[in-house]
Design a protein around this ligand. Structure first.
Ligand code: ZN
Length: 241
């Protein structure tokens, strides 16, 4: 039986590129080719809320990035226009970007599993990303959970970072992986969200202070220089020396 020391959570791991940190990881430049990232979201705005600042920071730091950006609902309607506009804002500096907006029915993902699974299988044939951003496993929204589970089913030798989405359900947890953000990046994230998603502005939670509050809390937890960060769950990671 272990003592108290054995029960302490592991120290959080922080990715940052410009500032010294007690515990920091960076991605080495790939010997050839760009960094490939895959962003997965059940609904238009999920990716941006969960990891929009990280995407902006990554693209500001590295020019050679290819991005697949997949939204699983809203295709064919006004939400698709919003999703595409937003992806254009967040991915403006990407070397290449491929944006797909599927039209699976919002709220019904657990009952549409076959079609969504096939979409994931198609994706696996198309891209082998260096980083996958997806919903977190413990998310209480049924659509979010389906996307998270299928991400792990499909991408088995990839770094998966699960992002969080604040909501009524009250399912925020204790993330273990942080990306500190400069204040200007955080402001750009919030500005882009409000510019792109006009249909959400009437929702009482879709406000700048919601997004800033979570960035601020995660910034405290990761001792971010500007006091702001996005947080993720990294359930598995390997390291090469
Ligand atoms: Zn969502």
């Amino acid at each position: 039986m272990g003592g108290l020391a054995d029960q302490r959570p592991a120290a959080p791991v922080v990715i940052r590129s410009r500032h010294p940190a007690p515990c920091s990881l960076t991605f080495a430049a790939r010997p050839a080719g760009p960094l490939r990232i895959l962003c997965l979201g059940a609904h238009a705005d999920d990716i941006e809320i969960g990891c929009g600042g990280t995407i902006l920071a990554l693209l500001a730091a590295r020019r050679n990035v290819d991005c697949h950006w997949i939204v699983f609902s809203g295709g064919g309607g006004p939400r698709e226009r919003e999703a595409r506009r937003s992806a254009g804002l967040f991915l403006a500096r990407a070397r290449r970007r491929q944006i797909v907006v599927h039209s699976f029915r919002d709220g019904f993902f657990p009952y549409l599993g076959g079609g969504i699974k096939e979409a994931f299988e198609d994706l696996a044939r198309e891209v082998s990303p260096d980083i996958v951003f997806t919903h977190t496993r413990e998310d209480r929204h049924q659509d979010h959970r389906v996307v998270s589970d299928l991400t792990w089913n499909t991408f088995r030798s990839h770094l998966i970072l699960e992002y969080e989405v604040p909501k009524y359900d009250g399912d925020l947890g204790v993330p273990n992986f942080f990306v500190p953000l400069r204040a200007a990046v955080a402001r750009a994230k919030i500005r882009h969200l409000h510019a792109a998603f006009g249909s959400q502005r009437s929702k009482r939670w879709f406000t700048p202070d919601t997004f800033h509050a979570l960035l601020r809390l995660r910034g405290i937890e990761s001792a971010a220089p500007d006091g702001l960060a996005e947080a993720f769950y990294a359930r598995k990671a390997t390291i090469a020396f």
